[in-house]
Write a protein that binds this ligand. Structure first.
Ligand code: 4NP
Length: 158
């Protein structure tokens, strides 16, 4: 069975759409795409229906990665349907956990930088209010954490 993976940030226009795109990019490169279903969403619906932020898309494009997702808000169905909900920062993490109604659901929620040897469990900074450097930094933080997630999910029995 395919593993269903959902990346979650606040607006679903900067961090989680990029994580979704980089995850898909790498599973394709590694020939693992048939093992996964991947999506992203935001805890707020402020940007519902919008493309990812232009700065996110342009910066990713510079690195050869297309970010095609359209913003949507987290639903309770997501908490039921996805096997692994990966939150890009602690504020989002606690919002998603509050949304859950059981320990089984809460146990599916993980911080994105869980395996980051440089800064375990730290936040992926929100680049929205900053300059272009912030988008480049976020690209590398996310890129460096994708393979550890793929390895972890591939090694799980469930
Ligand atoms: P994201 O960044 O959560 O990485 O998509 C944000 C973009 C927009 C807003 C918040 C965060 N906003 O409140 O408009």
């Amino acid at each position: 069975m395919k593993k269903r993976v959902l990346f979650i940030c606040l607006g679903n226009i900067c961090r989680s759409p990029l994580a979704e795109a980089l995850f898909i990019h790498r599973i394709k490169e590694r020939g693992l795409e048939h093992h996964f279903e991947v999506d992203s969403c935001g805890t707020n619906g402020f940007h519902n229906g919008e493309q990812a932020d232009e700065r996110t898309r342009k910066n990713a494009q510079k690195h050869g990665v297309v970010v095609p997702s359209i913003s949507r808000q987290l639903t309770y169905g997501d908490v039921l349907d996805f096997d692994c909900l990966i939150t890009m920062a602690s504020d989002v993490h606690f919002q998603v956990q509050r949304f859950c109604e059981s320990d089984d659901q809460r146990n599916k929620v993980h911080l994105f930088r869980k395996f980051d040897v440089l800064a375990p469990d730290s936040n992926v900074p929100d680049p929205w209010y900053g300059g272009d450097d912030g988008f480049e930094d976020v690209f590398h933080i996310i890129k460096n954490n994708i393979d550890p997630w793929i390895d972890h999910l591939m090694n799980q029995d469930t």
